[in-house]
Design a protein. Structure first.
Length: 718
């Protein structure tokens, strides 16, 4: 518990230190120095961010947090809605966000009651924001200004230029555009395209649309610009509803560049009945150049909330059987056997603490999804720092199981239950719950992929609920074993074998560490496993000295501890800091797959891209696409058992198929977007496109068999 408390305190102190550093400054300016009762004045919240840092618009997009103002005003003063300037579009790591960089000013009208008495008024507001550059930090500030209520209105000349410039940046009334908007035919029960069109006097070279946020529907952050003549602008906006009916109006900001000048307009679309598409489907993304995208799969009616939550529970239960979780589960079974003879209440509390560790971990993942920091299952393995930390952690667990050193918990052993708790304490149960989730994230179990893929597109409350159900499914076997002692009859009775079994469990943990060590090569090159491996050797030496001469020794224990610390710190500084530079890894955002094309005795894989799929389909050839990653154990299992095998190679050659591989080992925004498009939470995702380009692709199951792949290829060739 001391170790747990120390780690918790360190994390809290680190977060506090980060939060104390702000890269954005806020101040409150007024348009007047004095005003008469009944006047409406303008307040301006001026926000200035450090170079490269940014904050967010009222609709932050896929990630971030809207800048907010909470007023603390005296009686008789009422604040109106914030008047927002148009934001900038930021595309990074597959996410679209709407931001402000450098300096922005938010304007707010303040209404003074006619009955206000003369005198000074203190106006106060709390401004909060999220500032981002490489990392994201929350920030806030209390801003104040003094207004004199008097018999005459006197402008604040010092602030006039700033407020006037802010007024000039506000979007104009969009009614002058004469926008028309019509629905296309419904494509699914929840998704529909909206066509909007307006006229321009000169050709618009750049066009964008920033939708307002809504709880009832979601407008795509990447509208398509349709090819029409130069006197018009036409956009297609995919809309996804969460309410029972389609929205009657959709608001936002239109931005366009005409004759080299940027123009912004506040618009509200009021869609009319379904319409025939204005232009062909060869559309251009507003955010970038056109890409030939492959057809989406045929949409099916989504099952209800209850059924999806039950599938999430089942997915978590199946996750217990995946190889990445088995080492932790073996220890959990041992802990249940170890509690034989303890009070039933102790075993139940132990199971609930383990469940809490699992749930807290899944709640953290849900929070990352809601904040837009986690786009797919297992994405954390794309961060080389995470891989290094997990490699070290699993090595520590293995060395602890081997008895090289011990975690010593405070307190004596006064009875049998206390002795058992000392062996497998509640802190250990909580930690095992966290570790099971962290390791399980590298495996996508059957059913789990669909459950998570559904969950990440839902409102925040449903995301948390779905991830909670997955966690309950993962913890369910141990809850049942602890609450129903009769089930424990299936387990062996305690004995001397338990000590040997505990030591033996160190080997699967060490194998997990070795697997994680191999993943460092994907991020640091061939030197990654060398320097991390050398650090682990020195760390093992330090822990052996600490365990042998400090924990089990009787003389010069303090000296042994000092030597152990010196070795560990010196090894860390030399290997990880000086040689590997592990805290400043190379860029992990890349659009270039790391997988090479196949050798002569394997499938001739080519790097995946939307263009490659479109070209192959235009040539009338079937296409097999494998989205995979080196850290994904399920992906590697599929490759060995159902893809890189002779019957599949022969079938691919017989049907003249194109084989494309999307390597997700490192971050790839295009693959992230493709996974979202097919409502998959992560890899593996295997698609088979028919040679008939009008037909949608077939999504293969998470876990493949040769028969599944061969049948899909036969169907694609017809």
């Amino acid at each position: 518990m001391r170790i747990l408390a120390l780690l918790t305190t360190s994390v809290l102190l680190g977060l506090n230190a980060l939060a104390a550093t702000t890269h954005t400054q806020a101040e409150l300016l007024l348009s007047v120095e004095s005003a008469k009762p009944g006047d409406t004045i303008t307040a301006a919240v001026r926000l200035r961010s450090a170079p490269k840092w940014h904050i967010y618009w009222k609709n932050p997009g896929d990630s971030g947090m809207a800048t907010a103002i909470k007023w603390q005003l005296p009686a008789g003063v009422t604040a109106g809605e914030i008047l927002w300037p148009a934001p900038e579009r930021l595309e990074a790591e597959g996410l679209t966000t709407f931001i402000f960089e450098n300096e922005t000013t938010l304007l707010i009208p303040l209404k003074l009651d006619a009955g206000l008495e003369s005198g000074p008024l203190e106006l106060k507001a709390k401004v909060s924001w999220l500032e981002c550059f490489e990392t994201c930090l929350p920030g806030d500030a209390i801003v104040t200004a003094t207004l004199a209520v008097a018999t005459e209105t006197r402008p604040a000349t010092a602030n006039a230029a700033i407020i006037e410039a802010a007024h000039g940046k506000l979007p104009k009334d969009g009614s002058m555009l004469g926008v028309s908007s019509t629905w296309e035919e419904t494509t699914t029960n929840t998704t529909r395209n909206l066509l909007v069109e307006w006229k321009v006097k000169s050709a618009a070279t750049e066009v964008d649309f920033f939708p307002d946020a809504s709880d009832d529907f979601e407008v795509s952050l990447k509208p398509e610009r349709l090819p029409v003549d130069a006197s018009r602008v036409a956009l297609r906006l995919p809309v996804k509803k969460s309410a029972a009916s389609w929205p009657e109006n959709i608001s936002g900001v239109v931005a366009q560049k005409v004759n080299g000048q940027k123009q912004t307009f506040e618009v509200t679309f009021m869609p009319t009945a379904a319409a025939v598409p204005t232009a062909p489907h060869a559309a251009t993304s507003v955010a970038g150049p056109a890409k030939s995208a492959p057809s989406a799969p045929t949409q099916k009616t989504s099952p209800g909330l209850v059924l999806n939550l039950l599938l999430a529970l089942l997915g978590g239960l199946i996750l217990n059987l995946m190889p990445c979780v088995l080492p932790i589960l073996s220890l959990k079974v041992l802990s249940i056997v170890n509690q034989h003879g303890a009070p039933a209440s102790h075993a139940r509390t132990h199971a609930l603490v383990y469940t809490l560790g699992v749930l807290v971990s899944f709640w953290a993942l849900a929070g990352l999804v809601i904040a837009g920091r986690l786009a797919s299952w297992g994405e954390q393995f794309q961060d080389p720092r995470f891989v290094v930390i997990m490699t070290v952690l699993m090595t520590l667990v293995a060395l602890n199981l081997f008895g090289l050193f011990e975690f010593v918990l405070p307190g004596g052993t006064t009875n049998k239950a206390t002795e058992l708790a000392g062996r497998e304490g509640f802190s250990g149960a909580f930690f095992n719950g966290i570790l099971a989730v962290v390791l399980g994230a590298s495996c996508v179990a059957p059913v789990l992929a669909a459950a998570v893929g559904w969950a990440i597109s839902q409102p925040p409350a449903v995301i948390v609920l779905a991830f909670s159900m997955i966690g309950l499914g993962l913890a369910l076997p141990f809850v049942l074993l602890s609450f129903f002692p009769a089930l424990q009859k299936m387990l062996p009775r305690p004995g001397a074998w338990m000590g040997k079994f505990k030591t033996a469990m160190g080997f699967p943990m060490l194998a997990t560490a070795a697997w994680l060590l191999s993943q460092t090569a994907d991020h640091f090159g061939n030197s990654g496993p060398l320097w991390v491996g050398l650090f682990l050797v020195f760390l093992a030496l330090a822990l052996w000295i600490y365990g042998e001469f400090n924990q089990r020794g009787s003389k010069r224990r303090g000296l042994a501890a000092i030597i152990a610390v010196v070795i560990a710190v010196a090894a860390y500084g030399w290997t990880l800091e000086k040689q590997l530079h592990w805290r400043n890894p190379p860029s992990i955002v890349t659009g270039v797959p790391t997988a090479a094309t196949g050798a002569s005795d394997s499938i001739a894989w080519q790097p995946w891209s939307a263009e490659a799929v479109a070209k192959a389909r235009a040539d009338g050839r079937p296409v097999l696409v494998d989205f995979t990653a080196n850290w994904c154990l399920t992906c590697q299992l599929n490759k060995k058992t159902s893809l890189e095998i002779d019957p599949v190679r022969a079938k691919l050659k017989a049907v003249n198929a194109v084989t494309l591989i999307g390597d997700y080992t490192r971050k790839n925004p295009d693959i992230t977007a493709e996974l979202k498009r097919f409502e998959r939470a992560g890899v593996p995702l295997v698609l088979v496109y028919p040679k008939d380009a009008a037909q949608p692709p077939e999504l293969l199951p998470t876990v493949l068999t040769p028969d599944i792949v061969l049948k899909a290829l036969d169907a694609a060739a017809k």
